[in-house]
Design a binder for this molecule. Sequence first.
Ligand SMILES: Cc1cc2nc3c(=O)[nH]c(=O)nc-3n(C[C@H](O)[C@H](O)[C@H](O)COP(=O)(O)O)c2cc1C
Length: 346
Amino acid sequence: MGDIILISNYKYKKFILSYKSIYQTNLTYSLMNNAICKLFQIEYPIIQAGMIWCSGWELASAVSNAGGLGLIGAGSMYPEILREHIQKCKKATDKPFGVNVPLLYPNIEEHMKVIVEEGVKIVFTSAGNPKTWTGHLQEKGITVVHVVSNVKFALKSQEAGVNAVVAEGFEAGGHNGREETTTLVLIPQVKKAINIPLIAAGGIGSGQAMAACLALGADAVQVGSRFVATPESSAHQAFKDTVVKAQEGDTILTLKQLTPVRLIKNDFCNKVLAAEQTGASKEELTTLLGRARAKKGMFEGDLSEGELEIGQVSGAITAIKPAAEIVKELMDDCKQTIARLNAIGF
Ligand SMILES: Cc1cc2nc3c(=O)[nH]c(=O)nc-3n(C[C@H](O)[C@H](O)[C@H](O)COP(=O)(O)O)c2cc1C
């Protein structure tokens, strides 16, 4: 009897082993064939979002070295600072990386000039018309992705000829859509509307959320807030600690009259909310916002009067971790989630 149990255990183990190796082979094969991995020549379908005051060369190169795609956030950089970050990133990694350019900021022509001169191969544009720069950049051999928060702009981006679209839900940190469409609702609609690769963003801080986005039809995920709480992020330590301490309900979407932005509730944010409640005009809100609020908060660490941009997912971030560890955890947990769902066998 004992022998039989041994033999059957052995057979069972063999079955598990071969199942695992088939699963691994399939996974490697499917990652190799993933539209976004192919487009950017990266190992994992994970993009680290471009983030003002947070994503310089150190974070971008760490994520790229870990197998994802790191993006330098050009929005908070003067053109020559951007050049410096690109050059340092090239030295720190031989893997692909890109630059995020919010089109609403000044100096766009100079930023684009630096990007072309430095031979950057991937550009993510946001907050503007995708038609303006896509053709020019592609003529220079650059792959272009545009960030949108609704179906209408996803279609406009496709018409403009972009290589892929990031669709970003209401949960996201930073500037996001006025429609308040959540990632869960947005991704399937965008997927249905377009026929180019799709990257989901907004509220993704775990492998489970990543698996959910792949299930909704995304080819990859763009992760912002989770990467703020890393040693490699250039955010002020006080801001990183605030992100780790943040609880459910600590962020709110504000400044819809200007450019909507999700902020941690602090003295500055409360002043904005109070002004909005009493019907402040655009001009009054612009005056209240003043200059360099985001730098004051996220880079200089003024937790009371600074602008602290972060996503709802901050409530689930409990530790500062190296970027490579986050990439690994996202992949491991995503794989386990998919395997767990497969095992349910509906
Ligand atoms: C601190 C911060 C700064 C951001 N800055 C930018 C930016 O400069 N350009 C941009 O396109 N998006 C920006 N975003 C949005 C991110 O690129 C990304 O799409 C978003 O963070 C994804 O949602 P998540 O924060 O829930 O992961 C920013 C987000 C954060 C948290």
